[in-house]
Design a binder for this molecule. Structure first.
Ligand code: ATP
Ligand code: MG
Length: 779
């Protein structure tokens, strides 16, 4: 090895370089957005490999998404050339968890070919268990239990560890159901997502020899987005990264932690594993499969495990899923002697974007506080734009035009533009608009709007009404919501229909006149067929949006989600409302359905140059030349549920989300808010987000409303009177005078000030906030 600086280190600043080169001992990089944390991790791996400190298989690297893992692999490959033959242990917590579990499945009572339950299977299974306990699954919905389960597993709690309140839930059967659920999974040779961490933790606790094997294997552990690890992930990491020193009770290494997080009653998993946690003899054996350097001294010594975590407390946005930002704040207690490195230079964004983001996030009280600066000061850099629109259709139209404009004038790649929304229902207007315009787009981190489960269900109802021969649609909803029309009944209908060459729904109509069905399904089916007849009869005369709403009400479909206490339910109800809303653009149900078919058919080609649409949650860690941030309105952003359920900390998490959104932009950020959202056919005026008040005037440009859209002119931003303005301004830590758009609005009192998202009251009090941002691949 020469003394010349290797290429991969050359461009780094001194702090980044220190983070890369301090390979031994625990390192925490705590730094703001765009300062190169991920780049440091990547370079660090390249450095470890090219200096021969470890083989690829001795490095464990955890990223937040699979996409990030793939990107990191590619980057490392580029930095060290062909030297890396894969990095088997680079992935998300879940993907690494599966890998570990496959190797030792027997030790937790599974076979190596175990299956991973998807959400539907999980719900079905829970439902059976609830019924087996003689509980009414309407009163005790399976989805509610699934959400509780998720919460327990995020905290690393086994059945015996769950809080008493939870144990008493479900008519006192909370704990029993959890036990029964695990037993059932074990019989099925299956596990759920939470188990991908829970099982390895239990496994390591109970089998010190296995854990010791991993201690010998992993010399370097690296974790990106550390601020969003939950308790289970934290425990898992601690087990792998913290070998109890020789001759010391493992207990002592674990119990301080138990004290620290007992508030969340999380550290009680180990119990049965503790007695055996003592390091086993013969620990110094070299890794079996690795042709390690023959340094026998180091083989006899306890090999050090070097952990490096990077994160940003200001970007902790998964608190609602059990992430504990405290993990990052406690790092130097967990790993004594840790080197803490701060990076302050932002390489991603312009001064305007950075100025806006820093000013906004400074409104949070609960933060460490960081300095961020950039050398980029190009007078040509555009300020952060704030645009006002009339409604979401106009917002989508204007953003679509802005995109085409950038493409035309600056030859801007579509791949380098993104639209980041707060809630998934917002995607609908963009998808519709872009299909109409022929503008390629892709939805990242979740299904496209019309592919969501609740939307497909609703569309199936509409199709049955509009096209009664649509058997696939009928099959989809014949027992959704549950009506006791099982597979057997559907089979009978099929046979009957096939013999006579008639569609299922007609077969159902005829069969209910015969004795072929048992009385109960017969009656149920008869009333369902009658419902469809009635709806079809209304089709020519009734306004199609009202009919659609009536169908969802009368069929019990809306109610099904209203009664559902799961984390996703409120988001699904929002999507259903948005679906009805979107129908207003069309003349009739059939023309709407035709439009949907076209949108569904639009290609989603990974190779294609396309605009990305995603939630703010799934945008973490990414960057784009131009970022569009629509929907900056009170109740939507900050989201009302976050405020209702989280109070001040809920608001602060929303603000961190805004910070994440702004800091995704490299050159251009365009924020939008609209004055009106149409809900159930009624115009509701909205209030611009308080976050707009929190942007510094120096870095923001308020765009003149373009009167060609909607024609509401200068007075059209309004939507609320002066009194509401006072309310909103209470949140403003007035660093500057009232911006122009506010003045315009305040001057224009008297516009009806409706409540925006009128229905949110019904959605409150669910066990967790909506699933609108969850990017973990379960939807
Ligand atoms: P986030 O908090 O959003 O995840 P981050 O801290 O992980 O951000 P990176 O994504 O690693 O930041 O880096 C942001 C951008 O800055 C990337 O495009 C990266 O390539 C670039 N960058 C980082 N360090 C340097 C450097 N020393 N010289 C030039 N560019 C750099
Ligand atoms: Mg990053």
């Amino acid at each position: 090895r020469g003394t010349a600086t290797p290429d991969y280190l050359a461009g780094l600043n001194p702090e980044q370089r220190a983070a890369v080169e301090t390979t031994e001992g625990p390192v925490l990089v705590l730094a703001g957005a765009g300062t190169g944390k991920t780049r440091v991790l990547t370079t660090r791996i390249a450095h470890i490999l090219s200096t021969g400190k470890a083989w690829p298989s001795q490095i464990l690297a955890v990223t937040f998404t699979n996409k990030a893992a793939r990107e990191m692999k590619t980057r490392i490959g580029m930095l060290v050339g062909g030297q890396v033959e894969g990095m088997p242990w680079l992935g998300t917590f879940h993907s690494i968890g599966v890998k570990i579990l496959r190797r030792h499945a027997e030790l937790v009572g599974l076979k190596p070919n175990f299956t991973i339950l998807d959400t539907d299977d999980q719900i079905r299974l829970i439902k059976q268990l609830i019924q087996a306990e003689n509980l009414d699954d309407k009163r005790w919905p399976a989805r509610t239990f699934a959400t509780m389960l998720d919460g327990w597993k995020n905290k690393g709690l086994l059945p015996k560890d769950i809080p008493e309140g939870d144990a008493r839930a479900f008519a006192g059967k909370g704990r029993r159901l959890y036990e029964a659920y695990q037993a059932r999974l074990s019989t099925l040779n299956a596990c759920d997502f939470g188990d991908l961490l829970m099982h390895p933790i239990a496994l390591f606790r109970a089998n010190p020899d296995v854990l010791a094997d991993y201690h010998r294997r992993f010399k370097y552990i690296l974790v990106d987005e550390y601020q969003d690890t939950n308790v289970a992930q934290y425990l898992w990491l601690r087990l792998l990264a913290q070998r109890p020193s020789r001759g010391r009770e493992a207990e002592t290494a674990i119990s301080p932690l138990a004290g620290e997080i007992s508030a969340s009653s999380a550290a009680r998993i180990p119990a049965e594993g503790r007695k055996g946690d003592r390091p086993s003899a013969g620990q110094a054996a070299p890794p079996r499969s690795e042709p390690r350097s023959g340094d026998s001294a180091s083989e006899n010594r306890q090999q050090q495990i070097n952990i490096c975590c990077v994160g940003d407390d200001d970007q902790s946005i998964y608190g609602w899923r059990g992430a504990e930002v405290d993990n990052i704040l406690r790092f130097d207690k967990d790993f004594p002697g840790a080197t803490v490195i701060r990076l302050e230079r932002n390489y991603r964004s312009t001064g305007h974007i950075l100025g806006a983001a820093s000013h906004l996030i400074a409104h949070n009280e609960d933060r460490l506080g960081k300095t961020l600066f950039t050398d980029r000061a190009d007078p040509e850099d555009p300020k952060v734009e704030v645009n006002a629109g009339w409604d979401s259709e106009e917002e989508a139209r204007a953003i679509g035009e802005a995109i085409e404009d950038l493409q035309r004038r600056e030859d801007h790649d579509l791949n380098d533009m993104a639209i980041l929304v707060r809630a998934s229902f917002q995607m609908r207007s963009f998808e519709d608009r872009f299909v109409t315009m022929g503008l390629p787009y892709r939805v990242i981190g979740g299904p496209r709007f019309y592919e969501r489960m609740e939307i497909r269900d609703a569309l199936a109802y509409f199709r049955c009404v509009s096209q009664p021969a649509d058997d696939l649609a009928f099959e989809r909803i014949v027992n959704t919501p549950k009506r006791g029309l099982g597979d057997a009944t559907v089979r009978l209908l099929h046979d009957y229909g096939r013999e006579r060459g008639i569609p299922l729904i007609a077969a159902a109509g005829e069969m209910t006149e015969t004795e072929e069905l048992k009385p109960k399904p017969r009656n149920t089916l008869r009333s369902l067929v009658a419902d469809f007849r009635r709806w079809s009869d209304l089709l020519p005369t009734m306004k199609h949006t009202e009919l659609a709403e009536q169908i969802l009400e009368e069929s019990g479909y809306t109610e099904m989600w209203q009664n559902d206490r799961s984390a996703e339910a409120p988001g699904r109800l929002e999507n259903l409302k948005e679906l009805i809303r979107s129908m207003e653009e069309y003349e009739s149900l059939p023309s709407f359905l035709e439009h949907v078919a076209l949108v569904m058919d639009a290609e989603q080609d990974a190779e294609l140059d396309a605009v990305s649409i995603m939630t703010l949650h799934s945008a973490k860690g990414l960057e784009f030349q131009t970022v569009f941030l629509p929907g900056w309105e009170e109740r939507l952003f900050p989201h009302q549920r976050a405020l209702d359920e989280g109070g001040r900390s809920g608001l602060e998490e929303e603000r961190r989300l805004a910070y994440v959104g702004l800091t995704r932009g490299k050159r251009r950020v365009k924020i939008w808010f609209v004055s009106n959202r149409r809900i159930h056919g009624l115009w509701q005026s909205t209030i611009p987000s308080r976050f707009l008040d929190e942007l510094p005037e120096a870095h923001v440009e308020v765009m003149e409303a373009n009167t060609s859209y909607g024609g509401y002119g200068a007075s059209g931003f309004g939507g609320y009177g002066a009194s509401r303005w006072d309310g909103a301004s209470a949140f403003r830590e007035s660093a500057y005078s009232t911006p122009g758009w506010k003045r315009a609005q305040a001057a224009q009192a008297g516009f009806a000030s409706g409540a925006g998202f009128a229905e949110s009251g019904r959605q409150r009090g669910g066990p967790s906030r909506g699933g609108d941002g969850w990017s973990g691949g379960r939807t």
